[in-house]
Ligand binder design. Structure first.
Ligand SMILES: Nc1ncnc2c1ncn2[C@@H]1O[C@H](COP(=O)(O)OP(=O)(O)OP(=O)(O)O)[C@@H](O)[C@H]1O
Ligand SMILES: [Mg+2]
Length: 483
Protein backbone atom coordinates (compact mmCIF):
# COMPACT_ATOMS: atom_id res chain seq x y z
CA UNK A 1 0.00 0.00 0.00
CA UNK A 2 1.46 3.38 -1.03
CA UNK A 3 1.42 6.31 1.43
CA UNK A 4 -1.19 7.93 -0.79
CA UNK A 5 -3.51 4.90 -0.48
CA UNK A 6 -2.98 4.83 3.27
CA UNK A 7 -3.95 8.46 3.50
CA UNK A 8 -6.89 7.85 1.28
CA UNK A 9 -8.25 5.19 3.68
CA UNK A 10 -7.51 7.40 6.60
CA UNK A 11 -9.38 10.16 4.80
CA UNK A 12 -12.53 8.04 4.55
CA UNK A 13 -12.32 7.11 8.24
CA UNK A 14 -12.00 10.78 9.12
CA UNK A 15 -14.94 11.60 6.84
CA UNK A 16 -17.13 9.09 8.76
CA UNK A 17 -16.02 10.53 12.06
CA UNK A 18 -16.79 14.02 10.75
CA UNK A 19 -20.27 12.93 9.74
CA UNK A 20 -21.03 11.65 13.23
CA UNK A 21 -19.51 14.82 14.61
CA UNK A 22 -21.70 16.98 12.37
CA UNK A 23 -24.80 15.19 13.65
CA UNK A 24 -23.70 15.82 17.19
CA UNK A 25 -22.53 19.44 16.85
CA UNK A 26 -25.94 20.83 15.91
CA UNK A 27 -26.68 20.61 19.63
CA UNK A 28 -23.66 22.85 20.50
CA UNK A 29 -23.72 26.69 20.78
CA UNK A 30 -22.94 28.52 17.46
CA UNK A 31 -19.56 30.06 18.40
CA UNK A 32 -18.19 26.83 19.76
CA UNK A 33 -19.47 25.03 16.66
CA UNK A 34 -17.77 27.37 14.14
CA UNK A 35 -14.37 27.32 15.88
CA UNK A 36 -14.54 23.55 16.13
CA UNK A 37 -15.36 23.37 12.40
CA UNK A 38 -12.34 25.50 11.61
CA UNK A 39 -10.01 23.33 13.65
CA UNK A 40 -11.42 20.10 12.33
CA UNK A 41 -10.79 21.32 8.71
CA UNK A 42 -7.21 22.11 9.64
CA UNK A 43 -6.85 18.71 11.23
CA UNK A 44 -8.07 17.01 8.04
CA UNK A 45 -5.66 18.96 5.85
CA UNK A 46 -2.84 18.13 8.24
CA UNK A 47 -3.60 14.44 8.15
CA UNK A 48 -4.47 14.26 4.43
CA UNK A 49 -1.73 16.23 2.71
CA UNK A 50 -2.74 15.48 -0.90
CA UNK A 51 -4.38 17.81 -3.38
CA UNK A 52 -6.77 16.54 -6.02
CA UNK A 53 -7.74 18.21 -9.29
CA UNK A 54 -10.52 16.99 -11.46
CA UNK A 55 -10.60 17.44 -15.26
CA UNK A 56 -14.02 16.79 -16.74
CA UNK A 57 -14.42 15.51 -20.28
CA UNK A 58 -17.16 17.96 -21.17
CA UNK A 59 -17.24 21.56 -20.11
CA UNK A 60 -19.60 24.47 -20.44
CA UNK A 61 -23.30 24.49 -21.08
CA UNK A 62 -22.98 23.32 -24.65
CA UNK A 63 -20.99 20.31 -23.57
CA UNK A 64 -17.87 21.04 -25.53
CA UNK A 65 -15.23 18.36 -25.20
CA UNK A 66 -12.57 19.82 -23.00
CA UNK A 67 -9.24 20.46 -24.68
CA UNK A 68 -7.44 19.74 -21.43
CA UNK A 69 -9.19 16.38 -21.09
CA UNK A 70 -8.20 15.25 -24.57
CA UNK A 71 -4.62 16.48 -24.10
CA UNK A 72 -4.42 14.53 -20.83
CA UNK A 73 -5.89 11.47 -22.54
CA UNK A 74 -3.17 11.64 -25.19
CA UNK A 75 -0.46 12.35 -22.65
CA UNK A 76 -1.50 9.38 -20.55
CA UNK A 77 -1.63 7.09 -23.58
CA UNK A 78 2.16 6.71 -23.29
CA UNK A 79 2.15 5.72 -19.57
CA UNK A 80 -1.05 3.82 -19.83
CA UNK A 81 0.06 0.98 -22.05
CA UNK A 82 2.80 0.00 -19.62
CA UNK A 83 0.98 0.52 -16.32
CA UNK A 84 -2.79 0.17 -16.52
CA UNK A 85 -4.27 -3.28 -16.56
CA UNK A 86 -7.52 -2.41 -18.33
CA UNK A 87 -7.15 -0.37 -21.51
CA UNK A 88 -9.42 1.15 -24.10
CA UNK A 89 -8.24 1.05 -27.70
CA UNK A 90 -9.37 3.50 -30.31
CA UNK A 91 -8.46 4.13 -33.93
CA UNK A 92 -7.65 7.78 -34.46
CA UNK A 93 -10.10 9.32 -36.89
CA UNK A 94 -9.05 8.99 -40.57
CA UNK A 95 -5.93 7.19 -39.53
CA UNK A 96 -4.59 3.76 -39.07
CA UNK A 97 -2.84 4.30 -35.78
CA UNK A 98 -4.22 2.76 -32.62
CA UNK A 99 -4.35 4.88 -29.48
CA UNK A 100 -4.57 3.22 -26.09
CA UNK A 101 -6.06 4.96 -23.10
CA UNK A 102 -6.85 3.69 -19.65
CA UNK A 103 -10.27 2.29 -18.96
CA UNK A 104 -12.62 3.84 -16.41
CA UNK A 105 -11.55 3.60 -12.76
CA UNK A 106 -7.92 2.82 -13.50
CA UNK A 107 -4.98 4.60 -11.96
CA UNK A 108 -1.46 5.25 -13.26
CA UNK A 109 1.50 6.95 -11.65
CA UNK A 110 3.67 9.59 -13.25
CA UNK A 111 6.87 11.30 -12.23
CA UNK A 112 7.97 14.85 -12.91
CA UNK A 113 11.33 16.24 -11.76
CA UNK A 114 11.55 13.51 -9.12
CA UNK A 115 8.00 14.16 -7.83
CA UNK A 116 5.51 11.35 -7.92
CA UNK A 117 1.85 11.94 -8.77
CA UNK A 118 -1.15 9.89 -9.75
CA UNK A 119 -3.78 10.06 -12.45
CA UNK A 120 -7.06 8.22 -12.04
CA UNK A 121 -9.85 7.92 -14.56
CA UNK A 122 -13.43 8.01 -13.35
CA UNK A 123 -16.97 8.14 -14.60
CA UNK A 124 -20.21 9.56 -13.20
CA UNK A 125 -23.35 8.11 -14.70
CA UNK A 126 -25.95 10.80 -15.30
CA UNK A 127 -29.25 10.40 -13.56
CA UNK A 128 -31.37 11.93 -16.34
CA UNK A 129 -30.75 9.80 -19.42
CA UNK A 130 -34.38 9.02 -20.33
CA UNK A 131 -35.60 12.17 -22.10
CA UNK A 132 -32.36 13.44 -23.52
CA UNK A 133 -32.12 14.03 -27.27
CA UNK A 134 -28.49 14.96 -26.91
CA UNK A 135 -26.24 12.66 -28.92
CA UNK A 136 -23.45 12.88 -26.37
CA UNK A 137 -23.07 9.95 -24.02
CA UNK A 138 -24.59 10.59 -20.62
CA UNK A 139 -21.57 9.17 -18.84
CA UNK A 140 -19.46 11.98 -17.51
CA UNK A 141 -15.86 10.95 -17.60
CA UNK A 142 -13.07 12.73 -15.83
CA UNK A 143 -9.42 12.44 -14.86
CA UNK A 144 -8.35 13.09 -11.33
CA UNK A 145 -4.84 14.20 -10.52
CA UNK A 146 -3.51 13.64 -7.01
CA UNK A 147 -0.26 15.05 -5.65
CA UNK A 148 1.33 16.08 -2.39
CA UNK A 149 0.52 19.64 -1.44
CA UNK A 150 4.17 20.56 -0.93
CA UNK A 151 4.58 20.24 -4.73
CA UNK A 152 1.65 22.49 -5.47
CA UNK A 153 3.60 25.17 -7.37
CA UNK A 154 5.54 22.68 -9.44
CA UNK A 155 2.47 20.68 -10.43
CA UNK A 156 0.08 23.54 -11.08
CA UNK A 157 2.65 25.40 -13.14
CA UNK A 158 5.36 23.53 -15.03
CA UNK A 159 3.89 20.02 -14.76
CA UNK A 160 0.42 20.82 -16.09
CA UNK A 161 1.95 22.91 -18.86
CA UNK A 162 4.16 19.97 -19.74
CA UNK A 163 1.17 17.60 -19.80
CA UNK A 164 -0.88 19.86 -22.07
CA UNK A 165 2.01 20.49 -24.43
CA UNK A 166 3.07 16.85 -24.66
CA UNK A 167 -0.54 15.74 -25.04
CA UNK A 168 -1.08 18.10 -27.93
CA UNK A 169 2.19 17.01 -29.55
CA UNK A 170 1.14 13.35 -29.32
CA UNK A 171 -2.18 14.25 -30.90
CA UNK A 172 -0.37 15.94 -33.78
CA UNK A 173 1.87 12.91 -34.23
CA UNK A 174 -1.13 10.59 -34.35
CA UNK A 175 -3.28 12.64 -36.67
CA UNK A 176 -3.52 11.89 -40.36
CA UNK A 177 -1.53 14.43 -42.29
CA UNK A 178 -2.81 16.13 -45.43
CA UNK A 179 -1.44 17.24 -48.73
CA UNK A 180 -3.14 20.42 -49.93
CA UNK A 181 -3.06 21.67 -53.47
CA UNK A 182 -4.52 24.92 -54.71
CA UNK A 183 -7.06 25.00 -57.43
CA UNK A 184 -7.10 28.70 -58.17
CA UNK A 185 -7.83 30.36 -54.86
CA UNK A 186 -9.06 27.24 -53.07
CA UNK A 187 -7.19 24.52 -51.30
CA UNK A 188 -8.28 20.95 -51.72
CA UNK A 189 -6.64 18.09 -49.92
CA UNK A 190 -5.89 14.41 -49.99
CA UNK A 191 -4.40 12.19 -47.30
CA UNK A 192 -0.64 12.55 -47.31
CA UNK A 193 1.00 9.14 -47.31
CA UNK A 194 4.39 9.55 -48.94
CA UNK A 195 6.75 6.83 -47.69
CA UNK A 196 9.95 8.89 -48.05
CA UNK A 197 11.91 9.44 -44.86
CA UNK A 198 15.37 10.74 -44.12
CA UNK A 199 16.45 7.10 -43.72
CA UNK A 200 15.44 6.34 -47.28
CA UNK A 201 16.91 9.57 -48.66
CA UNK A 202 20.35 8.94 -50.07
CA UNK A 203 22.78 11.77 -49.49
CA UNK A 204 25.97 12.60 -47.67
CA UNK A 205 25.33 11.50 -44.04
CA UNK A 206 26.92 14.63 -42.57
CA UNK A 207 24.73 16.90 -44.66
CA UNK A 208 21.69 14.81 -43.82
CA UNK A 209 22.35 15.04 -40.08
CA UNK A 210 22.82 18.78 -40.38
CA UNK A 211 19.41 19.17 -42.06
CA UNK A 212 17.63 16.90 -39.58
CA UNK A 213 19.16 18.80 -36.64
CA UNK A 214 18.14 22.11 -38.20
CA UNK A 215 14.55 20.95 -38.67
CA UNK A 216 14.23 19.53 -35.17
CA UNK A 217 15.76 22.63 -33.62
CA UNK A 218 13.27 24.75 -35.54
CA UNK A 219 10.29 22.67 -34.45
CA UNK A 220 11.27 23.04 -30.79
CA UNK A 221 12.19 26.70 -30.91
CA UNK A 222 8.86 28.36 -30.17
CA UNK A 223 10.21 30.12 -27.09
CA UNK A 224 13.36 31.24 -28.87
CA UNK A 225 11.43 32.84 -31.74
CA UNK A 226 9.10 34.54 -29.27
CA UNK A 227 12.04 35.83 -27.24
CA UNK A 228 13.89 37.35 -30.17
CA UNK A 229 10.69 38.70 -31.68
CA UNK A 230 10.81 36.77 -34.94
CA UNK A 231 7.96 34.97 -36.67
CA UNK A 232 8.25 31.23 -36.09
CA UNK A 233 9.02 30.26 -39.66
CA UNK A 234 12.00 29.11 -41.67
CA UNK A 235 12.76 29.18 -45.36
CA UNK A 236 14.56 26.45 -47.26
CA UNK A 237 15.80 26.62 -50.79
CA UNK A 238 16.46 23.24 -52.36
CA UNK A 239 18.32 23.35 -55.63
CA UNK A 240 19.96 20.89 -57.95
CA UNK A 241 19.47 19.02 -61.21
CA UNK A 242 16.27 17.02 -61.87
CA UNK A 243 16.11 13.68 -60.06
CA UNK A 244 18.40 14.57 -57.18
CA UNK A 245 15.71 14.19 -54.52
CA UNK A 246 14.33 17.69 -53.91
CA UNK A 247 10.67 16.64 -53.84
CA UNK A 248 11.59 13.48 -51.96
CA UNK A 249 13.33 15.56 -49.31
CA UNK A 250 10.22 17.71 -48.82
CA UNK A 251 8.17 14.55 -48.20
CA UNK A 252 10.83 13.36 -45.75
CA UNK A 253 10.69 16.73 -43.96
CA UNK A 254 6.91 16.48 -43.59
CA UNK A 255 7.22 12.92 -42.30
CA UNK A 256 9.95 13.84 -39.85
CA UNK A 257 8.08 16.75 -38.28
CA UNK A 258 4.54 15.46 -38.76
CA UNK A 259 3.57 18.61 -40.68
CA UNK A 260 0.90 19.06 -43.35
CA UNK A 261 2.04 19.97 -46.84
CA UNK A 262 0.70 22.84 -48.93
CA UNK A 263 1.86 22.44 -52.50
CA UNK A 264 1.33 25.92 -53.89
CA UNK A 265 1.00 26.14 -57.66
CA UNK A 266 1.82 29.78 -58.26
CA UNK A 267 0.83 29.76 -61.93
CA UNK A 268 -2.74 28.98 -60.87
CA UNK A 269 -2.88 31.98 -58.54
CA UNK A 270 -4.43 35.01 -60.20
CA UNK A 271 -2.78 37.81 -58.28
CA UNK A 272 -1.20 38.87 -55.02
CA UNK A 273 -4.56 39.21 -53.28
CA UNK A 274 -5.41 35.64 -54.11
CA UNK A 275 -1.97 34.56 -52.93
CA UNK A 276 -2.54 36.27 -49.61
CA UNK A 277 -5.94 34.63 -49.22
CA UNK A 278 -4.46 31.19 -49.85
CA UNK A 279 -1.65 31.72 -47.40
CA UNK A 280 -3.87 32.98 -44.63
CA UNK A 281 -5.81 29.74 -44.94
CA UNK A 282 -2.78 27.55 -44.28
CA UNK A 283 -2.56 26.09 -40.81
CA UNK A 284 0.41 26.00 -38.48
CA UNK A 285 2.67 22.94 -38.39
CA UNK A 286 2.85 22.94 -42.13
CA UNK A 287 5.27 23.16 -45.02
CA UNK A 288 4.38 25.53 -47.82
CA UNK A 289 6.08 24.36 -50.98
CA UNK A 290 6.62 26.22 -54.23
CA UNK A 291 8.27 23.86 -56.68
CA UNK A 292 10.32 25.11 -59.61
CA UNK A 293 10.15 28.69 -58.42
CA UNK A 294 12.09 29.84 -61.49
CA UNK A 295 9.29 28.58 -63.76
CA UNK A 296 6.38 29.66 -61.55
CA UNK A 297 7.31 33.26 -61.38
CA UNK A 298 9.15 35.42 -63.81
CA UNK A 299 11.70 37.09 -61.67
CA UNK A 300 13.63 38.84 -64.39
CA UNK A 301 10.84 40.98 -65.77
CA UNK A 302 10.59 38.95 -68.96
CA UNK A 303 6.99 38.07 -68.30
CA UNK A 304 6.01 41.70 -68.22
CA UNK A 305 7.68 42.28 -71.58
CA UNK A 306 5.98 39.22 -73.05
CA UNK A 307 2.63 40.37 -71.77
CA UNK A 308 3.04 43.90 -73.09
CA UNK A 309 3.87 42.42 -76.47
CA UNK A 310 0.72 40.31 -76.53
CA UNK A 311 -1.42 43.28 -75.57
CA UNK A 312 0.14 45.35 -78.34
CA UNK A 313 -0.65 42.56 -80.80
CA UNK A 314 -4.23 42.49 -79.56
CA UNK A 315 -4.61 46.16 -80.24
CA UNK A 316 -3.27 45.80 -83.74
CA UNK A 317 -5.64 43.00 -84.56
CA UNK A 318 -8.86 43.12 -82.51
CA UNK A 319 -9.94 39.79 -83.95
CA UNK A 320 -7.09 38.25 -82.10
CA UNK A 321 -8.40 39.59 -78.84
CA UNK A 322 -8.32 36.76 -76.36
CA UNK A 323 -11.25 36.08 -74.13
CA UNK A 324 -10.91 36.29 -70.38
CA UNK A 325 -10.08 32.66 -69.85
CA UNK A 326 -7.22 32.81 -72.28
CA UNK A 327 -5.97 35.91 -70.59
CA UNK A 328 -5.95 34.08 -67.27
CA UNK A 329 -4.22 31.13 -68.84
CA UNK A 330 -1.42 33.43 -69.92
CA UNK A 331 -0.10 33.31 -66.41
CA UNK A 332 -0.59 34.66 -62.97
CA UNK A 333 0.03 38.22 -61.96
CA UNK A 334 1.75 37.28 -58.77
CA UNK A 335 4.79 39.49 -58.56
CA UNK A 336 8.13 39.09 -56.89
CA UNK A 337 7.19 41.76 -54.37
CA UNK A 338 3.94 39.91 -53.67
CA UNK A 339 5.92 36.80 -52.97
CA UNK A 340 8.43 38.62 -50.79
CA UNK A 341 5.54 40.08 -48.83
CA UNK A 342 4.31 36.57 -48.31
CA UNK A 343 7.65 35.52 -46.89
CA UNK A 344 8.23 38.60 -44.75
CA UNK A 345 4.70 39.84 -44.24
CA UNK A 346 2.99 40.04 -40.92
CA UNK A 347 0.20 37.76 -42.00
CA UNK A 348 2.55 35.01 -43.01
CA UNK A 349 3.33 34.60 -39.34
CA UNK A 350 -0.21 34.08 -38.12
CA UNK A 351 -0.37 30.67 -36.54
CA UNK A 352 3.39 30.24 -36.64
CA UNK A 353 5.43 27.07 -37.06
CA UNK A 354 5.71 27.02 -40.80
CA UNK A 355 8.40 26.02 -43.21
CA UNK A 356 8.55 27.64 -46.61
CA UNK A 357 10.36 25.55 -49.18
CA UNK A 358 11.30 26.62 -52.70
CA UNK A 359 12.82 24.25 -55.20
CA UNK A 360 14.61 25.06 -58.40
CA UNK A 361 16.87 23.45 -60.96
CA UNK A 362 18.59 26.76 -61.68
CA UNK A 363 19.57 28.64 -58.56
CA UNK A 364 21.57 31.17 -60.58
CA UNK A 365 18.36 32.33 -62.32
CA UNK A 366 16.72 33.45 -59.11
CA UNK A 367 16.55 37.03 -58.01
CA UNK A 368 19.03 37.58 -55.16
CA UNK A 369 16.29 39.38 -53.20
CA UNK A 370 14.33 36.18 -53.06
CA UNK A 371 17.04 33.98 -51.70
CA UNK A 372 18.92 36.26 -49.36
CA UNK A 373 19.46 35.01 -45.79
CA UNK A 374 16.50 35.74 -43.58
CA UNK A 375 14.13 34.91 -46.39
CA UNK A 376 15.54 31.57 -47.37
CA UNK A 377 17.46 30.72 -44.24
CA UNK A 378 19.01 27.53 -45.51
CA UNK A 379 20.22 26.78 -49.01
CA UNK A 380 20.58 23.07 -49.69
CA UNK A 381 22.24 21.79 -52.81
CA UNK A 382 21.16 18.35 -53.90
CA UNK A 383 23.58 17.04 -56.35
CA UNK A 384 24.66 14.03 -58.35
CA UNK A 385 25.06 10.73 -56.60
CA UNK A 386 28.49 10.17 -55.04
CA UNK A 387 29.67 7.14 -53.12
CA UNK A 388 28.27 8.17 -49.69
CA UNK A 389 24.81 8.63 -51.14
CA UNK A 390 25.16 5.41 -53.14
CA UNK A 391 25.89 3.50 -49.91
CA UNK A 392 22.55 4.74 -48.57
CA UNK A 393 20.75 3.57 -51.70
CA UNK A 394 22.50 0.16 -51.65
CA UNK A 395 21.46 -0.29 -48.03
CA UNK A 396 17.84 0.59 -48.77
CA UNK A 397 17.41 -1.14 -52.11
CA UNK A 398 19.69 -4.18 -51.77
CA UNK A 399 20.17 -4.45 -47.99
CA UNK A 400 23.92 -4.30 -48.62
CA UNK A 401 26.52 -2.66 -46.39
CA UNK A 402 29.51 -3.71 -48.49
CA UNK A 403 30.30 -5.69 -51.62
CA UNK A 404 33.40 -6.45 -53.66
CA UNK A 405 32.00 -4.27 -56.49
CA UNK A 406 31.74 -1.18 -54.27
CA UNK A 407 35.30 0.13 -54.95
CA UNK A 408 34.67 0.00 -58.72
CA UNK A 409 31.36 1.83 -58.28
CA UNK A 410 33.02 4.43 -56.08
CA UNK A 411 35.58 5.16 -58.79
CA UNK A 412 32.93 5.44 -61.50
CA UNK A 413 30.64 7.68 -59.41
CA UNK A 414 33.50 10.14 -58.90
CA UNK A 415 34.07 10.32 -62.67
CA UNK A 416 30.44 10.38 -63.82
CA UNK A 417 27.48 12.57 -63.00
CA UNK A 418 24.50 10.33 -62.39
CA UNK A 419 21.48 11.44 -60.37
CA UNK A 420 20.32 9.43 -57.34
CA UNK A 421 17.08 8.82 -59.27
CA UNK A 422 19.02 7.06 -62.06
CA UNK A 423 21.21 5.10 -59.66
CA UNK A 424 18.11 3.98 -57.76
CA UNK A 425 16.49 2.93 -61.02
CA UNK A 426 19.43 0.61 -61.78
CA UNK A 427 19.35 -0.85 -58.30
CA UNK A 428 15.72 -1.90 -58.67
CA UNK A 429 15.63 -5.67 -59.19
CA UNK A 430 14.81 -6.41 -62.81
CA UNK A 431 13.20 -9.75 -61.97
CA UNK A 432 11.68 -11.12 -58.80
CA UNK A 433 14.69 -13.39 -58.39
CA UNK A 434 17.23 -10.68 -59.32
CA UNK A 435 20.16 -10.72 -56.90
CA UNK A 436 22.24 -7.85 -55.56
CA UNK A 437 25.32 -8.65 -57.65
CA UNK A 438 23.41 -8.47 -60.93
CA UNK A 439 21.86 -5.14 -59.87
CA UNK A 440 25.33 -3.76 -59.09
CA UNK A 441 26.64 -5.05 -62.42
CA UNK A 442 23.72 -3.30 -64.15
CA UNK A 443 24.69 -0.09 -62.42
CA UNK A 444 28.36 -0.46 -63.37
CA UNK A 445 27.39 -0.97 -67.00
CA UNK A 446 25.14 2.11 -66.93
CA UNK A 447 27.88 4.17 -65.28
CA UNK A 448 30.42 3.07 -67.88
CA UNK A 449 28.06 3.95 -70.73
CA UNK A 450 27.35 7.33 -69.13
CA UNK A 451 31.08 7.92 -68.72
CA UNK A 452 31.79 7.07 -72.37
CA UNK A 453 28.94 9.31 -73.54
CA UNK A 454 30.20 12.16 -71.40
CA UNK A 455 33.73 11.69 -72.73
CA UNK A 456 32.72 11.64 -76.39
CA UNK A 457 30.50 14.67 -75.79
CA UNK A 458 33.40 16.49 -74.16
CA UNK A 459 35.65 15.53 -77.09
CA UNK A 460 33.10 16.84 -79.55
CA UNK A 461 32.80 20.09 -77.62
CA UNK A 462 36.57 20.43 -77.53
CA UNK A 463 36.73 19.82 -81.28
CA UNK A 464 34.05 22.43 -81.89
CA UNK A 465 35.83 25.05 -79.81
CA UNK A 466 39.11 24.24 -81.50
CA UNK A 467 37.42 24.53 -84.88
CA UNK A 468 35.84 27.87 -84.10
CA UNK A 469 39.12 29.14 -82.65
CA UNK A 470 40.85 28.07 -85.85
CA UNK A 471 38.18 29.79 -87.97
CA UNK A 472 38.46 33.07 -86.11
CA UNK A 473 42.23 32.87 -86.33
CA UNK A 474 42.02 32.43 -90.11
CA UNK A 475 39.49 35.24 -90.35
CA UNK A 476 41.84 37.49 -88.43
CA UNK A 477 44.71 36.47 -90.75
CA UNK A 478 42.62 37.27 -93.83
CA UNK A 479 41.62 40.61 -92.31
CA UNK A 480 45.27 41.52 -91.74
CA UNK A 481 46.23 40.35 -95.28
CA UNK A 482 43.43 42.48 -96.83
CA UNK A 483 44.73 45.49 -94.98
N1 LIG B 1 18.64 11.31 -52.82
C1 LIG B 1 17.74 10.36 -53.14
N2 LIG B 1 17.55 9.31 -52.33
C2 LIG B 1 16.67 8.37 -52.64
N3 LIG B 1 15.90 8.38 -53.72
C3 LIG B 1 16.03 9.40 -54.56
C4 LIG B 1 16.96 10.45 -54.31
N4 LIG B 1 16.89 11.34 -55.30
C5 LIG B 1 15.97 10.87 -56.14
N5 LIG B 1 15.44 9.71 -55.70
C6 LIG B 1 14.43 8.92 -56.38
O1 LIG B 1 14.23 9.49 -57.65
C7 LIG B 1 12.89 9.88 -57.88
C8 LIG B 1 12.85 11.34 -58.33
O2 LIG B 1 13.31 12.19 -57.31
P1 LIG B 1 12.66 13.60 -56.97
O3 LIG B 1 11.31 13.70 -57.57
O4 LIG B 1 12.76 13.83 -55.51
O5 LIG B 1 13.66 14.55 -57.73
P2 LIG B 1 13.63 16.13 -57.85
O6 LIG B 1 14.96 16.61 -57.41
O7 LIG B 1 12.45 16.67 -57.16
O8 LIG B 1 13.52 16.34 -59.40
P3 LIG B 1 12.86 17.58 -60.22
O9 LIG B 1 13.86 18.69 -60.19
O10 LIG B 1 12.70 17.03 -61.58
O11 LIG B 1 11.59 17.91 -59.56
C9 LIG B 1 12.16 9.71 -56.56
O12 LIG B 1 11.03 8.92 -56.78
C10 LIG B 1 13.11 9.00 -55.64
O13 LIG B 1 12.67 7.71 -55.40
MG1 LIG C 1 10.74 17.66 -57.82
Amino acid sequence: MTPKDMFSHLGSIIASVMFVWAMFQQYLPYQLRSSMEKYSQRLVSLIYPYIQIRFNEFTGERLMRSEAYSAIENYLSTNTSTQAKRLKADVVKNSQSLVLSMDDHEEVADEFKGVKLWWASGKNVSKIPQLSFHPVSEDKRFYKLTFHRRHRDLILGPYLNHVLKEGKAIKVRNRQRKLYTNNGSHWSHVVFEHPATFQTLAMDPKMKKDIIDDLITFSKAEEFYARVGRAWKRGYLLYGPPGTGKSTMIAAMANLLGYDLYDLELTAVKDNTELRKLLIETSSKSIIVIEDIDCSLDLTGQRRKKKEKTEAEEEKDPKQKLDKEDKDARGSQVTLSGLLNFIDGLWSACGGERLIVFTTNYVEKLDPALIRKGRMDKHIELSYCRFEAFKGLAKNYLVLESHHLFPKIRELLEETNMTPADVAEHLMPKTILGDATSSLENLIQALETAKEEAMSKAEEEAKKTEQSAQESKEQAKGFVAEK
